[in-house]
Design a protein around this ligand. Sequence first.
Ligand SMILES: [Zn+2]
Length: 174
Amino acid sequence: MLKQLLISEAYKAYRALARAPFGAEPFEPNENDFIEIHLGEVYCRVKVGDELCGNALQSRGALVNHVKKHHTDIKVLASESTGNPSMAKISAARIWYSAVMKTHNEIASKKASQHDPNVPEPPLTPVVAARRLLSLFRSRSQQVLNDLRSLPSRRQTRRRVKLLAMLTTAGQPV
Ligand SMILES: [Zn+2]
């Protein structure tokens, strides 16, 4: 199931979020009152008060179990029967992830441009955290390199030490 979805950049970005995307709609019950959980969906979209539950699960199956266990008033169908999902289902899911990530990115860039300290940033994914650490390390080591370059050369230092010694000796009482 995931293999066919992982071709999708939108789906990969969705999985990298580690939280429900910004602006995601709550699960929609169908005509039989069952909610539909998309292929590969891993973040809980049950409405809790004014926001989404947002719990992150490891797989769609785990999400189904989470909804059954923690949101007992919600009707959810059992996990997909075994076998490969139809192309139509995969396409429908890909279209859904594209739309969801488009909305998420729009809201995220708005939030970023506002720089509102009261809006907490979404938690960093390990990849993003590692990248930030690496760039911090690079800028620090560049600074250390520059400091080293600005140091006087060895010969200059030796000359200075000699000069200083001479001055000190000259100043001392005989
Ligand atoms: Zn939930």
